[in-house]
Write a protein that binds this ligand. Sequence first.
Ligand code: ZN
Length: 233
Amino acid sequence: MRFAVISDIHSNLAALQSVFKDIDARGVDHVYCLGDIVGYGPSPNECIQLVRERCTAVVMGNHDSGVLGKTPLTHFNEFGRSAIKWTKKEITPEHLLYLNSLPLLAVHGDVTLAHASPMDPSDWIYIMTWPAAQRCFESFKTKLCFIGHTHVPVTITEGASTNQFTRNSRHLINVGSVGQPRDGKPQASFYLVDTEEWTAENIRTGYEIQETAKAIEHAGLPDFLAERLFLGI
Ligand code: ZN
């Protein structure tokens, strides 16, 4: 089986469309989404629509939860807060219901999906260190677990200090962010996994950042939310 895992779209339609085009060209059986479909960006309804149509399994992110009023606004920085307030005005009732239907955790065969971590998904903790990543392995039973939230892609192998993607080990994979990468590379990030070949590859896809930046300006969202996209921060 070949599948793609996407996360942290953040209402960036141009990035999401480019990623789906790339995924289609490579051919996959499933696309999984780790949440934060909305927040920060200018196209929440269009992004939710696409994710609903294209993804086999979707979990809820903290920005989705923020728009639903389930995670308090104090949890977010000023840019996150203003975008959540803006999104609340823009989102259709149907799409709000859809976000509300999303689980915090999903298990599909040998794959666990969570937005921030599999430990206590609604705590929205950031897995930034090797010890924190290793602790995650106690909280899932599958061979693979995918997370997002930090917007920085990385593959962690259980018990190993370097990534060794082998069939005999378990792995925690942060797939990075489609709509707001923060690892200094502005290209949209996702993972492509082949369970026959047993490969997991971080793919980077370029898109028209200018298009999203213009839409951010048009929506009246903070300028920084456009500027950061060009820098990958
Ligand atoms: Zn995010």
